[in-house]
Design a protein. Structure first.
Length: 399
């Protein structure tokens, strides 16, 4: 047995021994569904435990609180978390977007201040990009940041702020120069505190009846001028770099899970338990054919991730796999959960809390929640445009 295999066994043994017991309340499926104090504290405690054991941020620099070890070790640890279906890391935005960004372009002071507390979940982060009237058009941001001595005064609103109710910091895109020559040049990027007067967070109730998303209002909120990342007017470029981390097009994330990893194998098990004309649904050749298609797609996505790291295999279109990853992954999940509901027949209408619901109403809840991932970080339509323009080289305007 080589060192990597030994490490995998070590991680698996620790996870099995230390995984938390199922609580007496419903756990969220992703960081976008963390809506109650009980859910938040349960998941934050778990992240702290994983970090203290050394299995989170393993490849981040040791001087900032990381492990300073090879990336392959973190990859193995994350793979085992997915295989054993342990809870996800609640500080997803900090671990996967804000943290990698700060490590890539932040100052030494910013790295010392933020990175370790992101890993330990002492500081939770949220994202302030989207606005109520602008959707995915980030360049149309109307939230303003006006310089006043050693402070900026914020006014405006951000929406779909996952973890906003629990966050201490926000990565914020705001307009510092409304008179700029173009709408991109007037934007700036801030690492904004959330605990200042004038910032009000309002939870948003979703279709599932749960919370997680919030809307954040800024009313003459003052933040230190030192919160500006880079220089004024560089916000668009920094935001686009952030999105490469969010969409998985750029590596450097801390590791750990961002969501519960329901897979095709779970749907296969559902097909074994479901019936068609008195027989197990899995015996239906049409259902078996669809399951094989999903399995092939899942395996193809996994192997594509490996292929992306081998330059000789992606030389023709090196950006194709990372640029299309979010689109492929989120749409695969949405279609998979929709197929799961079709297997259940009328039982698909049984919701969480129904004593007769399959797995406590997991499947319909998962299906409705799956839409959030097809919207956050750029809708599937936006992602398709990105692939068309930046991978295939198609023109933006066909007119």
């Amino acid at each position: 047995m080589n060192e990597l295999e030994e490490f995998r066994e070590e991680v698996a043994a620790w996870l099995q021994q230390n995984r938390p017991a199922q609580p007496d309340f419903l756990l969220p499926e992703t960081f976008m569904e963390v809506g109650t104090d009980s859910q938040f504290h349960f998941l934050r405690d778990w992240q702290q435990q994983v970090y203290e054991a050394g299995y989170l941020g393993m490849a981040w620099p040791k001087e900032y609180g990381g492990g300073g070890k090879p990336q392959v070790l973190q990859d193995i640890a994350t793979q085992e978390m997915a295989r054993l279906k342990v809870p996800f890391m609640t500080n997803t935005i900090g671990l996967n977007w804000a943290g990698p960004l700060i490590l890539a372009i932040g100052t030494e002071e910013e790295k010392q201040k933020y990175i370790k507390r992101i890993l330990s979940a002492e500081d939770i982060w949220c994202q302030g990009f989207s606005e109520p009237d602008n959707g995915s058009d980030l360049a149309a941001a109307t939230t303003t940041a006006v310089r006043d001595g050693d402070e900026y005064i914020l006014n405006g609103s951000k929406i779909w702020t996952s973890l906003g109710s629990f966050a201490r910091y926000m990565i914020l895109l705001a307009k510092t120069n409304p008179k700029a020559d173009n709408r991109y040049a007037g934007l700036s990027y801030f690492l904004s505190p959330m605990d200042v007067p004038g910032i009000d967070v309002q939870p948003i109730r979703k279709l599932t009846g749960e919370y997680g998303f919030t809307q954040t209002f800024f009313t003459d909120a003052r933040i230190p001028a030192s919160c500006l990342m880079g220089n004024e007017g560089e916000g668009w470029q920094i935001a686009m770099k952030t999105l490469t981390f969010e969409r998985g097009a750029t590596g450097g994330q801390a590791g750990g899970l961002a969501m519960n990893q329901m897979s095709v194998s779970d749907v296969v098990e559902l097909a074994r338990r479901s019936t068609r004309e008195g027989r197990p649904a899995i015996e239906d050749p049409l259902i078996r054919d669809q399951l094989i298609r999903f399995l092939t797609e899942e395996q193809g996505d996994r192997l594509s991730g490996v292929r992306a790291g081998i330059p000789a295999l992606v030389s023709e279109r090196p950006a194709a796999i990372p640029m299309s990853g979010k689109l492929r992954g989120t749409e695969h999940k949405r279609r998979l959960f929709q197929f799961a509901l079709s297997l259940m027949g009328s039982n698909a209408a049984r919701w969480v809390g129904d004593s007769h619901a399959d797995r406590g109403g997991l499947w319909p809840r998962s299906y409705f929640n799956s839409f959030s991932a097809t919207i956050g970080g750029g809708t599937s339509q936006v992602q398709a445009n990105i692939v068309g323009e930046r991978v295939l080289g198609l023109p933006k305007d066909q007119g």
